[in-house]
Design a protein around this ligand. Structure first.
Ligand code: WTA
Length: 662
C-alpha cells in the first residue's frame, strides 16, 4: 500500500468495525459479547465492588473466600483488595488445570532462537518442574516472604522459577537479561535478594552473549545473596564459584527432590513480585504487586481483552523481564489454562519472517506485540507476511508505546488481512494489567487510539491545575478509582510511592502520561510528561542516563532528552560537557557509549552525543530540557527563554546540533 493511500485513509479518519467482519460464530462465542459488555459497564458503574468480587471469584481458585472486596485508606493511599481471602498464584496457574481436563494440554511452548530447538510442557510437566524447583528453593533455605532475583533470558526456566517462587510464597524479582552488571547489582541490593537465578549467557541474533561475568561483577557487593543457581544455556565456559554457584540441572534432578510441593496459602495482599521500572530520578523503583489483586486483574483482562479461549495459543512477544511478559506470557494465560508461547529470539533473525513463521507453525490465535517490532518488520516489505498462512490469528494487540496510525494500518492489513480486531492496549508496570483498550468485538477501532477505559476502570484527563480538560485537549492522564491490579507499594520507599502517584492530584492515581479524549470518549496517548523516555518500548529515566554519564571521570555535566526515531519510537540524545582540554571527537563518543552500556545496558546507550560548553538552565540551576528537546530536533522556535540564566549558551548549542547533522 502506498503512503499516499495511507494518508488518504488517515485524513478520512478511517475506523474499523471488527464485529462486522468476523464470523457470527466467533461473535456469539466471545467471552464478552456486545450485550454482556453493556451489562458489565452498568454493573461496574453501579456497584464496582460487586463487579470485581464476581470477577475474582469467577476467575480464581480461593482456598479461603475473601471477606471484603476493597479496604481503602485514601489518606495513606492504601488499597487492599480481597481481604481475608487466601490463594496461591502457582496453584491457580497449574494445579487446578490438572483436575479440569487440561492435564495433557500444552501449557508452554518454547521456541528457541535456533529453529530446531523447541520444548513443549504440558500442564502436568510444567507442574512437576515447578514443584521440583520449589522444593529446591525450600531445600536451600528460601521461605515465604524471601526475595529471589531472576536474571534469565527467555527460556522455560524463567517461567518455572517465577511459578516456583509463587508456590512457596517467595517474592520474585525478574531483572531483564539486557541489563548490565551495575543495573543488576542495584536491583538485587534494592530488593535484598537471598538467591539469584541466572544463566551462563544469552543467544541473540545468532550470537552468544555472556551473562555470568555480569553476575560475578554484580555480586561483589551484594552480601544478601547466599547462592546462585546457574542455568546452562549457551554452554560456554564460565567461572564457577564453588560454595556459591550451583547448576540448575543438578539441583532440580537431585535424588532428594520430590515431585510435589504443597502450595503456600497466601493472603490476597501478600506480595507476588517486585519489578523495577524507571522513574524520574536516577534510581529505579521496585514496583510491588499483590497476589489476589494482580492475579484477578491479569486473568480478567486476558479473558476479556484478548477473548482467550480454551484451545487458543496465546503469544505475547514481550520479554518477561518487563511487566508485559509477567502479565500476558505467564500469569494471565496460565491462570486461564491456555497455551502460552515463549520465543527466545528476535523478529528478524535469521530472516525477517520469524514471527510469521512461528504463528504459522504453532497456529497462534492471539498475537500481542510492540510498535517497535512492527515498525522494523514493516520496513522489510510484505513478501514476508505473504509467505505464510496466518489464518489461525483471531486477535492482534499492541503495547508499550504509541503506535503510528500508518503502522497500525499495515499490521491490520497485512497480518490481520483487514479483518481482525487490533487492540492498542494502554497500561504500565504499576497498573499490573491493561486499563485502557478497545475490546475485540465491541465498538469501532481507530488507528492510533487506545479506545476507552475497560469496564470498572475510571480515568480522566486534567489540566495542570487539576481542572477537567475539554474534549481533545491534552492533559494529565489520571485513574480516579482503585483497581485490583494496582501496585501496592514501591519496595522500601513508601514516601516515593505517595509522591509519585498520589500527591499531585489528590484522590487519583497519576500515570505520568499525557493524553487526550476525543468527542467519542476514545483515548489518545501522547507520551510521558515526566523525565522518562521510551526507547523501543523500554522505559528509561533520563536522569538515570545522565547520572551514568556524569559518573565518567571526563564528564562534568550531561543532559539527556528523547527524540523521535523511525523504528525505535524514541532514541537517547545526550548533551555532554567534558573537562576542559579533552578532545570532543568520535573516539570520546565511543568511550561514553561503552560506559553507558556498562552502567545501565545497551538499551540506554545514546544514539547521539553532542558536546557542549554549557547547558541552558533556569536561575535556580535547573536544566531546561524543554529547550534541549527542541534544539535536538532542529526546531527553530525554542519557546519562552526568558527564565534562562545565561542565554548565550543557546547559540552554541544550535550551532553544535547543525554540525552534527550536516
Ligand atoms: C507507554 C508497559 C502509548 C506509556 C505495559 C506508559 C503506551 C509506559 C502504551 C509504561 C500504548 C504503554 N500507547 N503509550 N498503548 N502502552 N505506553 O511500565 O508512556 O514498561 O506510561 O509498561 O509505556 O511502560 P511500562
Amino acid at each position: 500500500m502506498s503512503d499516499n493511500t495511507i494518508e488518504n485513509l488517515m485524513s478520512e479518519q478511517r475506523t474499523f468495525d471488527p464485529s462486522r467482519e468476523m464470523e457470527q460464530k466467533i461473535l456469539d462465542q466471545a467471552n464478552l459479547t456486545a450485550e454482556k459488555y453493556e451489562q458489565a459497564c452498568r454493573m461496574a458503574t453501579d456497584s464496582p465492588e460487586e463487579f470485581w468480587a464476581d470477577r475474582a471469584r469467577d476467575l480464581l481458585h480461593w482456598t479461603r473466600d475473601f471477606r471484603t472486596t476493597l479496604e481503602s485508606d485514601p489518606e495513606k493511599h492504601e488499597y487492599k483488595w480481597f481481604s481475608g481471602g487466601r490463594l496461591n498464584a502457582s496453584y491457580n496457574c497449574l494445579d487446578r488445570h490438572l483436575e479440569n481436563g487440561r492435564r495433557n494440554k500444552a501449557a508452554l511452548i518454547w521456541q528457541g532462537e535456533p529453529e530446531e530447538e523447541v520444548r513443549v510442557f504440558t500442564y502436568h510437566m510444567l507442574h512437576r518442574k515447578v514443584c521440583r524447583f520449589a522444593n529446591v528453593l525450600k531445600k536451600i533455605g528460601v521461605s515465604k516472604g524471601d526475595r529471589v532475583a531472576i536474571y534469565l533470558p527467555m527460556v522455560p526456566e524463567l517461567v518455572i522459577s517465577m511459578l516456583a517462587c509463587a508456590r512457596i510464597g517467595a517474592v520474585h524479582s525478574v531483572i531483564f537479561a539486557g541489563f548490565s552488571a551495575v543495573s543488576l547489582q542495584n536491583r538485587i541490593i534494592d530488593c535484598d535478594a537471598k538467591i539469584l537465578i541466572a544463566a551462563d549467557g544469552v543467544l541473540r541474533g545468532g550470537k552468544k552473549i555472556p551473562l555470568k561475568r555480569n553476575v560475578d561483577e554484580a555480586l561483589f557487593e551484594c552480601p544478601s545473596v547466599e547462592q546462585v543457581i546457574m542455568v546452562k544455556r549457551t554452554g560456554d565456559e564460565i567461572d564457577f564459584i564453588e560454595g556459591r554457584d550451583t547448576w540448575w540441572h543438578e539441583e532440580i534432578s537431585g535424588p532428594d527432590i520430590e515431585d510435589y510441593c504443597k502450595p503456600e496459602s497466601m493472603r490476597s495482599a501478600d506480595p507476588l513480585f517486585i519489578l523495577h521500572t524507571s522513574g524520574s530520578t536516577g534510581k529505579a523503583k521496585g514496583v510491588v504487586h499483590s497476589t489476589g489483586g494482580y492475579m484477578t486483574a491479569t486473568a480478567h483482562t486476558t479473558q476479556w481483552v484478548f477473548d482467550l479461549r480454551d484451545d487458543d495459543v496465546h503469544w505475547c512477544t514481550a520479554d518477561i523481564g518487563w511487566i508485559t511478559g509477567h502479565s500476558y506470557t505467564v500469569y494471565g494465560p496460565l491462570a486461564l489454562g491456555a497455551t502460552t508461547l515463549l520465543f527466545e529470539g528476535v523478529p528478524t533473525y535469521p530472516r525477517p519472517d520469524r514471527y510469521w513463521e512461528i504463528i504459522n507453525r504453532y497456529g497462534v490465535n492471539i498475537f500481542y506485540t510492540t510498535p517497535t517490532a512492527l515498525r522494523a518488520l514493516r520496513r522489510e516489505g510484505t513478501q514476508w507476511t505473504e509467505k505464510y498462512d496466518l489464518s489461525t490469528l483471531r486477535i492482534l494487540g499492541s503495547v508499550g508505546e504509541p503506535i503510528n496510525p500508518e503502522v497500525w494500518i499495515w499490521f491490520h492489513e497485512h497480518v490481520g488481512k483487514g479483518k481482525l480486531p487490533l487492540l492498542d492496549t494502554w497500561w504500565q508496570t504499576e497498573t499490573g494489567s491493561i486499563l485502557i483498550s478497545p475490546l475485540p468485538y465491541v465498538g469501532k477501532l481507530k488507528p492510533g487510539s487506545t479506545g476507552k477505559p475497560l469496564p470498572g476502570i475510571s480515568a480522566k484527563i486534567v489540566n495542570s491545575d487539576g481542572s477537567d480538560a475539554e474534549a481533545n485537549e491534552g492533559g494529565h492522564l489520571l485513574i480516579t478509582e482503585p483497581w485490583p491490579g494496582m501496585l501496592t507499594d514501591i519496595h522500601n520507599d513508601r514516601a516515593r510511592y505517595n509522591r509519585t502517584y498520589f500527591e499531585r492530584f489528590p484522590g487519583s492515581y497519576e500515570t505520568g502520561d499525557g493524553a487526550r479524549v476525543d468527542e467519542d470518549g476514545d483515548y489518545w496517548i501522547m507520551g510521558r510528561l515526566d523525565d522518562v523516555i521510551n526507547v523501543s518500548g523500554h522505559r528509561l529515566g533520563t536522569t538515570e542516563i545522565e547520572s551514568a554519564l556524569i559518573a565518567h571521570p571526563d564528564v562534568t555535566e550531561a543532559a539527556v532528552v528523547g527524540i523521535p526515531h523511525e523504528i525505535k519510537g524514541q532514541t537517547v540524545y545526550a548533551y555532554v560537557t567534558l573537562r576542559s582540554g579533552l578532545d570532543e571527537d568520535d573516539e570520546m563518543r565511543t568511550v561514553l557509549r561503552e560506559w553507558v552500556s556498562q552502567k545501565i545496558g545497551p538499551i540506554a546507550v545514546p544514539e547521539t552525543i553532542q558536546f557542549s560548553e554549557g547547558l541552558p538552565k533556569t536561575r535556580s540551576g535547573k536544566i531546561m530540557r524543554r529547550i534541549l528537546r527542541r534544539i535536538a530536533v532542529g526546531e527553530n522556535d525554542l519557546g519562552d527563554t526568558t527564565t534562562l540564566s545565561d542565554a548565550s549558551v543557546i547559540a552554541d548549542l544550535i550551532e553544535g546540533q547543525k554540525e552534527l547533522f550536516e
